[in-house]
Write a protein that binds this ligand. Structure first.
Ligand code: SF4
Ligand code: F3S
Length: 104
């Protein structure tokens, strides 16, 4: 599966949702996640994210993000249409510790 990682938090550009053939993105207040059981591993979303937040779940250090994606995709609403990013999204691209500070 592919997973959305920390860089998405507070950036949320939503380019990714437009290309997913199975519509498996889910939206929180500050981040999107992918439903790991719905993702068909096509990989087309990965290059669409302007901040490289989407990664294939092949690295051990992504286990925590797989869990975040799995847990929150069960309760957050589905999103299939691109929307405007937060007005200050560009200010948060390089922000450290976004999960601790802003995850929602
Ligand atoms: Fe959707 Fe393909 Fe990305 Fe999985 S890898 S979330 S199926 S676009
Ligand atoms: Fe997040 Fe990138 Fe999609 S910032 S909303 S994963 S385009």
């Amino acid at each position: 599966t592919y997973v959305v990682t920390e860089v998405c938090i507070k950036c949320k550009y939503t380019d990714c949702v437009e290309v997913c053939p199975v519509d498996c993105f889910y939206e929180g207040a500050n981040m999107l996640v992918i439903h790991p059981d719905e993702c068909i591993d096509c990989g087309v979303c990965e290059p669409e994210c302007p901040v490289d937040a989407i990664k294939p779940d092949t690295e051990p250090e992504l286990d925590q993000w797989l869990e975040v994606n799995r847990q929150y995709s069960e309760t957050w609403p589905n999103i299939t249409t691109k929307k405007d990013a937060p007005a200050n999204a560009d200010d948060f691209v390089a922000e450290p510790d976004k999960f601790q500070k802003y995850f929602s």
